[in-house]
Design a protein around this ligand. Structure first.
Ligand SMILES: Cc1ncc(COP(=O)(O)O)c(C=O)c1O
Length: 406
């Protein structure tokens, strides 16, 4: 008796439980509409609109010429891992060896591995909301439950009392994103120290996602600098995607306590083994902080800052929209609840959720945004300002017209 192919199969319960990334789906839709000739302006983008710095690309070319085209050490080239260990020690004041680092295919894989390391079925992962949606789905893939902890504008920061209230005997890990996607909130050392005091008497691990640390308009607090005694249960996630405009190269890293990082290596050895050998060479070059790379990055951050000011000013002119000033990353996350139930724009369209508002902006103004529902916080819209100033200004004019209340 052969296989019955007619009955079809269903995905596993685990896979059926996973939701696709809403921002990636929106980005795909925007790209498709653009390709079809529509004059789309996308505020949905999650990556710098700058090219990878030229000297970094040259480093990749050299890697090809040098035949660096084979497997590297599992979990990454020691040269790259040493640089990451040194930088992490420099930022935090805590010493790290290169064996405590694994290079991953993007920060996303580092976060995935961290969840695999930490969580058993029934464990709880604490997520300050709004949160980057992959944290929740990756926690679910590791069998854990998600416990969102609400934060609120204008600071959007997790407070020690809210953290204390959310703790249960099943709490396994807290994921902190600073600077935060989607709110742009940046924690100071003092704020991090206050949070660490709440965790002092527990065995909750902390996963700190610092992928936007280079793109900040205020000094970035560092968890381990504020709470060095937590080094034995802290995992730091970072990468070159956002900082060096290298999203497509897929290079991130995970840094953590020695014993668990051996397990992380074991997990990765059955997953991707290591990121692309060429990418690793390029990232190593980027992290060497060359004098012909760093000024390009500083200029990128300065440009992001100008755009942030322009978009906050544009959104603040709309009646019914409340927009706080983000301190880092390249997103703004305005409150749009004041628009619900009111006739909007030339056609007097009425919406009652941020999902509906995002759909209206796409259909009627060809503007892409990401609704707060995608981050566990309905009533808000995320606008990325990783687009040129001309597009940003034109996009803001369209948004202002579409959201006009009469
Ligand atoms: C908060 C946050 N963490 C991690 C990532 C993943 O970065 P990578 O492209 O390096 O996988 C992103 C990408 O959008 C992000 O916004």
């Amino acid at each position: 008796m052969g296989l019955d192919t007619r009955s079809g199969i269903t995905g596993s319960a685990r896979a059926r439980n996973i939701e696709a990334s809403a921002s990636m789906a929106l980005d795909a839709r925007a790209k498709a509409l653009k390709a079809a000739g529509q004059a789309i302006i996308s505020f949905g983008v999650g990556e710098p609109d700058f090219p990878t710095p030229e000297p970094v690309k040259q480093a990749a070319n050299r890697a090809l010429v040098d035949d660096a085209t084979h497997y590297t050490t599992v979990s990454g080239d020691p040269a790259l891992r040493k640089l990451v260990a040194e930088r992490t020690a420099e930022f935090t004041g805590v010493p790290f060896s290169w064996q405590q680092v694994i290079a991953t295919s993007g920060a996303k894989e580092a976060l995935f591995i961290a969840m695999q390391l930490l969580c058993d079925p029934g464990d709880e992962v604490l997520l300050p909301a709004p949160y980057w949606v992959s944290y929740a789905e990756q926690a679910k893939m590791a069998g854990a439950g998600v416990v969102p902890i609400e934060t609120s504008a204008p600071s959007w920061k997790l407070t020690p009392s809210a953290l204390r209230e959310a703790l249960t005997p099943r709490s396994r890990a807290l994921v902190l994103c600073t600077p935060c996607n989607p709110t742009g909130a940046v924690y100071s050392d003092a704020e991090l120290a206050a949070l660490s005091e709440v965790l002092a008497g527990t065995d909750v691990a902390v996963v700190v996602d610092e992928v936007y640390a280079r793109i900040s308009y205020v000094p970035v607090g560092r968890w381990l600098r504020a709470a060095p005694s937590m080094a034995d249960r802290t995992f730091i996630v970072d990468g070159v995607s956002k900082a060096y405009a290298m999203t497509g190269w897929r290079l991130g890293w995970l840094v953590g306590p020695s014993e668990l990082m051996q397990m992380a290596s074991a997990v990765q050895s059955h997953l991707t083994s290591h990121p692309s050998s060429i990418t690793q060479r390029a990232a190593t070059f980027a992290l060497e902080a060359h004098a012909d790379v760093e000024p390009t990055i500083d200029a990128m951050v300065a440009t992001f800052r100008d755009r942030r000011d322009a978009i906050v000013s544009g959104l603040s002119q709309i009646s019914g929209v409340e927009c706080s000033l983000p301190e880092g990353a390249f997103y703004v996350f305005p409150d749009v609840r004041g628009l619900f139930g009111r006739p909007l724009g030339p056609k007097g369209r009425v919406v009652s959720s941020s999902n509906e508002l995002a759909a209206y902006l796409l259909d009627d103004a060809l503007i892409v945004t990401v609704p707060g529902e995608a981050f566990g916080t309905p009533g808000f819209l995320r606008f990325s300002y990783a687009l040129g100033m001309d597009q940003l200004q034109e996009g803001m004019a369209r948004v202002q017209e579409a959201l006009r209340t009469n």
